[in-house]
Design a protein around this ligand. Structure first.
Ligand code: IFM
Length: 443
């Protein structure tokens, strides 16, 4: 397998600010929507919050040493907007900025390449009080925040990701309310999705205006859709599901249009987003790469009781602790499809990994299933690479167990185990396997 990954291929691990940092009220950090949401009883499993999380804010040096010990090339992390602008805009908080300067400095000291995500869901609560992503002004505040960071950090960070999974930020945050800010309003969800993509375009333009030499892209959660049966109805249903979940985000960015089939359905129900003349042009400002978060596939059958005319079917394979079917072939299919449909855009897998019930026994976590999961997905990526897919790198989600949003700390995705009461870190067997895999490639 190792033979098919070129020498310059970038291997990494990924995390996100609210999931690991803790220090929720230190050094001038403002409140985020996730502070507010997780502190509202009943919103997260066991009412867990990110107040302490992995205490990475205080332990970042130890954590970066750990990352280095894995032998990876790069580290993907996110920047907490409310640490930089506690109210979303206005006067920057230099102590917050200084934290990320120190993280980046430490990464460079260890010869690790930083990949910085600007938005991984921790919107300043002050902006939510004005309507959050459903308010168009938030897009402008986002691009100002981005421009500030490009100027402050752009000389030492050359890989930028505007948004992580805008599908989730819009649909889970404003549609079904499972995520912060916990709003259940389909119309707001569609509008929020539009503003997220519009803010992405503005941020890419800001990056170009800053005259920097690095690369910028966006990360989407993508899940290929397969018809439940080889019948026309299910095939059409799967295409609609793909247009709704994947193309609704891919096409505006990479082609400059929304898929018509979904636009029509939204319009019929008065749900289409309000858009202004140049929005799609701005949203499709050329990017340097597309980030893909891949975890599973979907199986789709036709269902006329549903607004979009489809329903989900369970898969036949083993599932992870999240209930997500393990389907590495889906990663291969997705990579091939992105290459073909989107003009060879350079790709990074910015997240791939799995949640299992881990047990720490005598300082060891034997997570054979996670090892298998990673091995199978690496193999799928390898197969795609051998078919000329322009895949440039692969980040395992996650470096360490962390706050898994509405599922709190019960769901573990890390290759490093966190013993939360002591904050001790333990390499799981999957981390050792990943380290050995990387070492064998280099020897
Ligand atoms: O933990 C999340 C991450 O924040 C975004 N992508 C999916 C992961 C697992 O659910």
């Amino acid at each position: 397998m190792e033979l098919c990954f070129p020498k310059e291929f970038i291997w990494g691990v990924a995390t996100a600010s609210y999931q690991i940092e803790g220090a929720y009220n230190e050094d001038g950090r403002g409140e985020s929507i996730w502070d507010r949401f997780s502190k509202t009883p009943g919103n997260t499993l066991n009412n867990d919050t990110g107040d302490v999380a992995c205490d990475h804010y205080h332990r970042y040096q130890e954590d970066i040493e750990l990352i280095k010990s894995l032998g990876v090339d790069a580290y993907r992390f996110s920047i907490a907007w409310p640490r930089i602008f506690p109210n979303g805009y206005g006067k920057p908080n230099l102590k917050g900025l200084d934290f990320y300067k120190r993280v980046i400095e430490e990464l460079h000291k260890h010869k690790l390449i930083p990949f910085a995500t600007l938005y991984h869901w921790d919107l300043p609560q002050a902006l939510q009080d004005k309507g959050g992503w459903a308010n168009r002004d938030t897009a402008k505040y986002f691009s100002d925040y981005a421009y500030y960071l490009f100027n402050q950090l752009g000389a030492s960070v050359s890989n930028w990701i505007t948004h992580n999974e805008p599908w989730c930020a819009a649909n889970l945050g404003y549609g079904n309310g499972h995520h912060a800010p916990g709003i259940k309003d389909k119309k707001q969800a569609v509008q929020a999705g539009h503003h997220l993509l519009y803010s992405h375009g503005l941020a890419v333009q800001a990056y170009r205006a800053a005259g920097l030499w690095g690369q910028i892209g966006i990360t989407l959660n993508l899940s290929p859709k397969y018809p439940a049966a080889a019948e026309e109805e299910d095939i059409q249903a799967a295409l609609r599901a793909d247009a709704l979940d994947n193309r609704w985000f891919l096409d505006p960015i990479l082609i400059g249009e929304y898929p018509e089939v979904i636009w029509e359905i939204y319009s019929k129900h008065g749900l289409e987003p309000q858009i202004q003349a140049d929005d799609l042009k701005i949203m499709s400002t050329p990017i340097d790469f597309l980030g893909i978060n891949y975890y599973t596939r979907s199986i789709i059958a036709s269902d006329h009781n549903n607004m979009f005319g489809f329903k989900h079917y369970p898969g036949k394979n083993e599932v992870t602790e999240m209930g997500w079917e393990i389907y590495p072939q889906g990663l291969y299919d997705l990579l091939i499809r992105l290459k073909n449909d989107y003009n060879n855009i350079p790709l990074y897998i910015t997240e791939n990994g799995a949640c299992f019930k881990d047990r720490l026994i005598n300082c060891r976590v034997n997570d054979q299933q996670r090892k298998d999961y990673l091995k199978q997905h690496f193999t799928a990526a390898c197969k795609a690479l051998s078919e000329q897919v322009p895949l440039k790198g692969y980040f395992v989600w996650s470096l360490m167990d962390n706050f898994e949003w509405a599922f709190g700390y019960e769901r573990r995705f890390g290759i490093v185990y966190i013993d939360y009461p002591t904050q001790q870190r333990f390499l799981k067997d999957s981390a050792k396997w990943y380290r050995d895999f990387l070492n064998s490639k280099r020897s």
